[in-house]
Design a binder for this molecule. Structure first.
Ligand code: NDP
Length: 451
């Protein structure tokens, strides 16, 4: 990066940090994008004059609200709800809702910012947004979760709509939570619309939406592997997390011929040296989605597997690593272990799971590496397909949805190659995804005037 561009990045980041103190995840996400797009911005001075980057980092609107609810004993609790409506240049705000005790404004803004570029990459007409609460569904009864979701939606419904803002699921928000929120939305607004995605199949949901993020990450990985003449067949894969994204990434990688050996949750990871099978994945789905248990219970069912308390899976020898749990879950020490063990590909299923220091090591060693905004875009893309099916009041088959998903992931991969291929031939997927995602949003903002 030349001196002028570096100065632009440095002064931009100083102002951003001063204006948004303490929001470290948001700073991290902005810096990553800015470092990729700054050379592009300075080469098109009208983007500098229009202050496009200054406008992109400022949410169009942030809604923060009180969410009071009562537990089964009648005790009152108060959580905080958020919706960050980041950017509507390309379409209605679109992005998930996260229920997790760690949720704060910084995490909401980082996710909404990333979502803007991810949605742009899908080529579908969706702006960027994100929402959530510091409420954790873990250990709560179905009735408690329902009361919380109803209270959350009682406020949120004032700000969303099928042409305004269309939320979906994320950490802690699956089919159950989307159902409760949709029910309350419908009751209060007296309308049956596609305002939430990730709905149940019988009431407007799309086939393959639950699978889409994990499957899409594997389709993206297939395209990456193909650039080096490789496939999933016979590769050993480590997956982190055991929720929606992890379950389906593991399942698809396995179906493509890989041996998938790990899954995790926030308490530890399991290592199954024999690899997962359809039956084992079904066990995990039932354990996590129905019984709402912990991943360590896997070893009681399959005793040849081992459980490692308070550890992450990145020390296990593998060819391909797929972090699918949460942000900053793979750090520099983990990256060193992966590289030393011969891992040649890191595919993000989660949002920003790899720290900047780890990314530098991974890219420095010339591993294949894709950022979540490219490789996990299949989830929101299929949400976009759910919106289309709702609008035309039709239901596509799994094959039709899968075909769209495949095409979208392959197009995103092509965009990364176009904007991310470096002089030595190395594909910098971070740069490619950031520039490709940014150009469309920036041009749309320029076209739409100063709003
Ligand atoms: P789920 O709630 O279904 O699963 C989350 C998994 O991550 C759980 O296994 C959870 O373990 C684990 N986890 C959560 N927090 C931590 C933590 N601090 N440390 C270690 N593990 C943790 O969420 P999803 O699978 O939907 O989401 C996973 C990631 O994928 C997130 O980054 C999300 O933003 C991203 N994503 C999701 C999409 C979707 O369609 N669902 C789309 C695109 C991205 P535990 O049970 O202990 O909490």
């Amino acid at each position: 990066m030349d001196k002028f561009t570096q100065n632009y990045v440095d002064s931009f980041m100083s102002e951003l940090i001063a204006k948004n103190p303490g929001e470290k995840e948001f700073h991290q996400a902005v810096r990553e994008v800015l470092e990729s797009v700054a050379p592009y911005i300075v080469s098109y001075p009208h983007l500098l004059d229009l202050k496009i980057m200054e406008r992109i980092v400022e949410p169009e609107r942030v809604i923060m609200f009180r969410v009071p609810w009562t537990d089964d004993k009648g005790e009152i609790h108060v959580n905080r709800g958020y919706r960050v409506q980041m950017n509507s240049a390309l379409g209605p705000y679109k992005g998930g809702i996260r229920f997790h005790s760690s949720v704060n404004l910084s995490i909401m803004k980082f996710l909404a910012f990333e979502q803007t570029f991810k949605n742009s990459l899908t080529t579908l007409p969706m702006g960027g947004g994100k929402g959530g609460s510091d409420f954790s569904p873990r250990g709560k009864s179905d009735n408690e979760v329902m009361r919380f979701c109803q209270s959350f939606m009682t406020e949120l419904q004032k700000h969303i709509g099928e042409n305004t803002d269309v939320p979906a699921g994320d950490i802690g928000v699956g089919g159950r939570e989307v159902g409760y929120m949709f029910g309350q939305y419908k009751r209060l607004r007296d309308e049956f619309t596609g305002t939430l995605t990730g709905k149940g199949l019988a009431w407007g949901g799309s086939l393959l939406r639950p699978e889409a993020t994990g499957y899409g990450a594997c389709y993206f990985a297939q395209a990456m592997l193909a650039t080096r003449g490789k496939t999933f067949d016979g590769q050993t894969v480590c997956v982190s997390g055991s929720g929606n994204v992890a379950q389906h990434a593991a399942q698809k990688a396995m179906r493509l011929g890989a041996k998938v050996v790990t899954l995790s949750d926030s308490n530890g990871y399991i290592y199954d040296p024999d690899g997962f099978t359809e039956e084992k994945i079904d066990f995990v789905k039932n354990l996590k989605n129905v019984r709402r248990g912990r991943i360590k219970e896997y070893v009681s069912e399959y005793p040849t597997a081992k459980y490692f308390e308070n550890e992450r899976p990145w020390g296990v020898k593998c060819d391909i690593a797929m972090p699918c749990a949460t942000q900053n879950e793979l750090d520099a020490e983990d990256a060193k272990k992966l590289i030393a063990n011969g891992c040649f590909c890191v595919v993000e299923g989660a949002n920003m799971p790899t720290t900047p220091e780890a990314i530098a090591l991974i890219q420095g060693a010339k591993l294949l590496y894709s950022p979540g905004k490219a490789s996990n875009a299949g989830g929101v893309a299929t949400s976009g397909l759910e919106m289309t099916q709702n609008s035309i009041r039709q239901h596509w088959t799994s094959e039709e949805v899968d075909e769209h998903l495949h095409r979208i992931m392959s197009d995103i991969h092509d965009a990364c190659i176009k904007y991310g291929t470096e002089e030595d031939g190395y594909i910098n997927y971070v740069k490619g995804a950031n520039i490709a995602g940014f150009i469309k949003v920036a041009n749309a903002m320029a076209d739409q005037g100063l709003v």
